[in-house]
Design a binder for this molecule. Structure first.
Ligand SMILES: [Zn+2]
Length: 80
């Protein structure tokens, strides 16, 4: 009874990535921008700007999907 080695379901995260969580924040937003990675993951609510830090395993359970990759070039159309 051994699990076959394979790639993790959730890829690695980088600073600048925007992720969607399973539960919405009280402010109504469900997307967070990663501002710190390491043993703990730091995320900032894109709705109200609140910052939260949590252990990586806990973070991975909360994340539903990655909305935007920081590495993606994307158009230079950022609105302040
Ligand atoms: Zn919020």
């Amino acid at each position: 009874m051994s699990r076959p080695p394979g790639p993790p379901a959730i890829p690695r995260f980088d600073v600048g990535d925007v992720v969607e969580t399973r539960k919405k924040h009280p402010c109504g937003s469900a997307t967070w921008e990663i501002y710190r990675t390491g043993m703990d993951i730091g995320i900032r609510c894109t709705g109200c700007g609140r910052r939260v830090m949590m252990p990586r395993p806990k973070f991975e359970r909360r994340v539903r999907r990655v909305v935007r990759r920081a590495q993606e070039p994307g158009p230079e159309g950022d609105r302040g």
